[in-house]
Design a protein around this ligand. Structure first.
Ligand SMILES: [Zn+2]
Length: 460
């Protein structure tokens, strides 16, 4: 016997003895019902101890294999007879290595033994994969269920399910790297990713991604932000299923930045971190050092008209991605009515305002559209979140453009840097504090009267 697993020998022997005591009942038709194991508490404890030990070593081995680029090591614990699992885990390994994670760790969670019986001991375990991409600011996590069996001193993974829980709304979630083989092209400021067999070559989009990244970073200057961006080129089906984008209204959506929840590097809870240092203006509203792990930008390629369009959409989404500490993954949920939620009009308005900068003439067109429709949709001021993403495409456009016009007015009353500061101030407001916007304008170093005068000039 292998000395590495002394506990196995004792425990398996123990279980074998127990198996003799399994009671099998029969129903009237003579078919056997489920075996009813009779296992003492101390024997169960021995089995549980064994499981804990084997699983701890298993996740450590696999973590090390991924980090060191050892594909054979990664696959060594997978049952070679399970070709589907081997192929799936090989694809995941290659995808994850291409993403060059800055942090990677697999942690064992709850495991459930199928039955206390003789070898093979079969059970499944929930594992958490903690990862931080180079484009992230914090780690985030995905859960998997491994189906594992133990024979003598050997633990083997038979099957792997991604997204095992929770069932319900999040069941559709699937990180791109768990779905299909990916190709990645890494530029100075952005990484572009697509399916290997996808219709869109990431290489063709890297120049546009670099230009978009440079544009938003030059505007953002030295403000807190991730140092890079990651952009996934998706077909319609990938766009609706990758990450947690299944809740987004598909309709005419062309791009999205999804912001994963943060976890600590060891998988533990990592709550939003308040920034208690002196910040923008004299506002006493909470500011944050951290609110989301980063952003996964996706372009819905079927809706992208040409490269200039792709670049403009990347500018928009990268503007969102600048602020994982500014945007809470919880508080801009689609259709939410939470009174304390962040103002979506400000988040989308600022992104549209920056997007306009990449397409000359579009800012004026947007303002003209608002002017024409102000009496129809703008009578009550800026839109509340529940009305923001409307079934009516024109109304949705109006909602984006009225916010964009507000930031353009801030720029005209001051400059683009103050417009960026105003955006930051507004992300710390709630959607229903329109009456207090002047405080945020002042906090950004702008004169409210001048901003509103510029705004009226733009939109009437
Ligand atoms: Zn947006």
């Amino acid at each position: 016997m292998n000395k590495r697993w002394p506990g196995v020998v004792a425990a398996v022997g123990l279980i074998a003895a127990v198996a003799v005591a399994v009671v099998v009942t029969s129903d009237a038709d003579g078919e056997s019902l489920a075996a009813q194991p009779i296992v003492g508490a101390s024997q169960q404890a021995a089995v549980d101890q064994l499981r804990t030990r084997l699983l701890t070593e298993l996740v450590q081995r696999r973590t090390q294999a991924l980090v060191s680029g050892d594909e054979a090591g990664w696959l060594a614990d997978v049952d070679p007879r399970r070709e589907d699992t081997v192929a799936y885990e090989r694809m995941r390994f290659q995808n994850l290595r291409r993403l060059e994670p800055a942090h990677f760790r697999i942690l064992p969670g709850e495991s459930s033994l199928h039955e206390y019986k003789a070898a093979p001991l079969e059970f499944d375990i929930l594992v958490t994969q903690v990862m931080r991409l180079p484009e992230d600011v914090r780690s985030s996590a995905n859960d998997y269920r491994w189906y594992v069996s133990v024979t003598d001193d050997r633990i083997t993974i038979g099957g792997v399910d991604e997204k095992p829980m929770p069932v319900g709304q999040d069941a559709a979630r699937s990180p791109a790297w768990d779905d299909v083989a990916l190709r990645t092209v890494r530029g100075e400021r952005a990484t572009v990713v697509s399916a290997q067999d996808g219709a869109w070559d990431p290489q063709a989009y890297t120049a546009a991604a670099e230009r978009a990244a440079r544009r938003v970073q030059e505007l953002w200057r030295s403000r807190k932000s991730p140092s890079r961006f990651i952009v996934f080129l998706a077909d319609d089906s990938q766009f609706s299923s990758w990450f947690d984008n299944h809740r987004a209204p598909m309709g005419s959506t062309i791009g999205v930045a999804t912001l994963p929840q943060m976890v600590a590097d060891d998988g533990g809870r990592y709550p939003s971190q308040r920034d208690r240092s002196a910040g923008l203006g004299s506002s006493t509203k909470p500011r944050y050092l951290d609110r989301a792990a980063g952003a996964r930008i996706m372009l819905r390629m079927s809706k992208i008209k040409d490269m200039a369009h792709a670049e403009a959409v990347m500018v928009h989404e990268m503007t969102h991605a600048l602020g994982p500490h500014l945007i809470s993954p919880d508080s801009i949920d689609f259709g939410t009515e939470g009174r304390m939620d962040q103002p979506v009009w400000a988040i989308e308005g600022f992104a549209r305002y920056v997007e306009h900068k990449s397409r000359p003439g579009t800012a004026e067109q947007g303002a003209a559209f608002v002017r024409r429709n102000m009496s129809k949709w703008g009578a009550k001021g800026f839109p509340v979140n529940k009305d923001f993403y409307s079934e009516d495409q024109d109304r949705t456009t109006f909602n984006y453009e009225i916010g964009a016009a507000f930031f353009l007015a801030a720029e005209r009353a001051g400059n683009a840097q103050k417009a960026a500061d105003l955006y930051i101030a507004l992300t710390n407001s709630t959607q229903l504090t329109s009456g207090f916007i002047n405080q945020d304008i002042a906090a950004a170093g702008l004169d409210p009267d001048r901003v509103w005068a510029a705004y009226r000039k733009l939109v009437g």
